[in-house]
Design a binder for this molecule. Structure first.
Ligand SMILES: *[C@@H]1O[C@H](CO)[C@@H](O)[C@H](O)[C@H]1NC(C)=O
Ligand SMILES: *[C@@H]1O[C@H](CO)[C@@H](O)[C@H](O)[C@H]1NC(C)=O
Ligand SMILES: *[C@@H]1O[C@H](CO)[C@@H](O)[C@H](O)[C@H]1NC(C)=O
Ligand SMILES: *[C@@H]1O[C@H](CO)[C@@H](O)[C@H](O)[C@H]1NC(C)=O
Ligand SMILES: *[C@@H]1O[C@H](CO)[C@@H](O)[C@H](O)[C@H]1NC(C)=O
Ligand SMILES: *[C@@H]1O[C@H](CO)[C@@H](O)[C@H](O)[C@H]1NC(C)=O
Ligand SMILES: [Cu+2]
Length: 216
């Protein structure tokens, strides 16, 4: 497993991480436990919250799948538990590996927050091959929140978004490549890479082939 992961990581660094929430800072990141609802195994709010804007916020991810369905929810208060009841961005499909910066977040009509309101953002994507993958970030709203530092929230080359073919939440659909019109070769190479990662039985040769498939 480690060998396969390492070989993949060396050749295609972004393929190994499912997805990662970089900004606002995640509660924590444990790649092996990302499938644990609601926050990828981090159930306790961080004492260190990111000050995040009431309008025009950004959320920076790093994508390790060639395509993924993504949804962003929020729960209000100091510890929403698993009550992420408000949708900040409904399900869409993202394609391309690497840095992905979602922009222009604002709260839905009728949701009022003031400076100092605490909340937790939950980002979910679909899993390998089904179920969800979760990352959460604890924030404090502020009308004067600073922009993310330069380079923290950017888009990698080739990253793009398209409408999702399903309105279901990503954790209730199967792998995006089976439910979108993404090219067959892309989903094929993704599956190869993902099985090498997940099964851990690939060994160097197969991991190398999977990494090559990703690059191509
Ligand atoms: C928000 O969270 C911070 C740190 O976790 C805490 O000190 C503060 O009292 C909380 N604010 C409110 C309004 O509860
Ligand atoms: C608190 O968060 C800030 C910004 O994300 C980070 O630079 C700092 O290292 C964090 N501190 C701790 C103790 O986690
Ligand atoms: C929204 O945020 C982005 C990224 O921080 C910034 O470049 C842009 O100027 C902001 N737009 C407005 C209208 O504030
Ligand atoms: C990244 O790309 C997405 C999809 O095209 C776009 O909505 C977003 O504004 C871009 N982010 C930045 C920081 O330009
Ligand atoms: C939010 O604020 C608006 C305008 O001040 C007000 O009309 C509305 O009732 C508030 N909504 C809630 C849920 O408090
Ligand atoms: C999927 O995530 C949403 C939002 O957090 C949650 O309400 C729902 O229960 C989750 N579904 C499953 C099957 O875990
Ligand atoms: Cu994955």
């Amino acid at each position: 497993m480690k060998t396969a992961l390492f070989a993949l990581a060396a050749l295609a660094p972004l393929a190994s991480a499912h997805f990662k929430l970089n900004y606002p800072a995640a509660r924590g990141f444990n790649e092996d436990n990302l499938a644990q609802f609601p926050c990828g195994s981090f159930d306790t709010p961080s004492s260190n919250r990111t000050v995040w804007p009431v309008s025009n916020g950004s959320i920076g991810l790093e994508m390790g799948h060639i395509d993924a369905n993504v949804e962003v929810l929020i729960g209000f208060g100091n510890n929403p538990g698993s009550a992420f009841n408000t949708v900040l961005r409904k399900t869409f499909t993202e394609q391309g590996l690497g840095a992905f910066c979602m922009t222009s977040f604002s709260l839905p009509e009728g949701v009022n927050v003031t400076d100092g309101t605490n909340a937790t953002i939950q980002v979910l994507t679909n899993g390998d091959p089904d179920g969800g993958l979760y990352n959460c970030a604890d924030i404090t709203f502020s009308t004067s929140a600073p922009d993310p530092d330069a380079g923290v929230c950017t888009n990698g080359t080739g990253v793009k978004t398209i409408a999702a073919t399903s309105t279901q939440q990503p954790n209730e659909t199967t792998d995006a490549s089976t439910s979108t019109s993404a090219s067959a070769s892309a989903s094929g190479s993704k599956s190869a890479a993902v099985s090498a990662l997940n099964a851990g039985i690939g060994g160097l040769a197969m991991a190398g082939a999977a990494a090559l498939a990703i690059v191509l």
